[in-house]
Design a protein. Structure first.
Length: 200
């Protein structure tokens, strides 16, 4: 019995000696990992903010069609029909900035799982003002109908204050689909997957 006590105390002392170093190492690795995720996130958000679609919508009802989606006619803010004075990208920005790092410990290693926003959640959070079941963010890539009946200009009947949809077709042409969040997310996911392979 005394020998058992001696071994137990010795083991405990060894644990007490080694554990702080292991804990500090693990905490340092987690900080480094978090910094990598934040760097990847910053790159993603920077690309989002620099995208012509984001810049055009951010500029509001007086914007020019720098995205080219409307063939230079009007702007996305009034075409989509956002309410005058609203900030339609606020909710989207908050969603895109979210991430979570989870650690799964086993006897041999710790694996990492990083959760970032997925396209389905983003599309759900970006409903068209006049068709809540559809996403304007998805529509940027797949098309938003009505360009032929879009009349740019101030009107009391306009939700945005900068354009209306008329009952009569005014012109030919169609909405020019453009790559947007899906492509930005694809590159973001690649970087997140690389980070997840980090060992702790």
């Amino acid at each position: 019995m005394p020998a058992l006590k001696s071994v137990t105390r010795s083991t405990l002392r060894e644990i007490q000696r080694v554990l702080p170093r292991q804990t500090a190492y693990t905490q340092g690795m987690k900080r480094a990992l978090n910094n990598k995720v934040q760097k990847a996130q910053k790159n993603f958000l920077d690309n989002f903010e620099k995208h012509p679609v984001t810049m055009e919508i951010s500029a509001g009802v007086s914007a020019t069609n720098i995205s080219g989606t409307l063939g230079g006619i009007g702007n996305l803010f009034s075409y989509i029909g956002f309410s005058a004075g609203s900030q339609p990208l606020t909710i989207l920005r908050a969603l895109l900035a979210q991430y979570e790092i989870r650690y799964h410990h086993t006897r041999r290693q710790t694996t990492i799982n990083i959760t970032v926003p997925v396209a389905a959640a983003i599309f759900k959070a970006t409903p068209l003002p006049w068709a809540p079941g559809r996403s304007w963010a998805k529509g940027i890539e797949t098309g938003i109908s009505g360009l032929g009946r879009y009349l740019q200009g101030a009107s009391s009947a306009s939700r945005s204050g900068g354009g209306i949809q008329t009952s009569k077709r005014l012109r030919g042409g169609k909405f020019n689909n453009t790559s947007y969040l899906t492509s930005l997310l694809k590159e973001y996911y690649k970087e997140i997957k690389r980070i997840e392979k980090t060992s702790i």
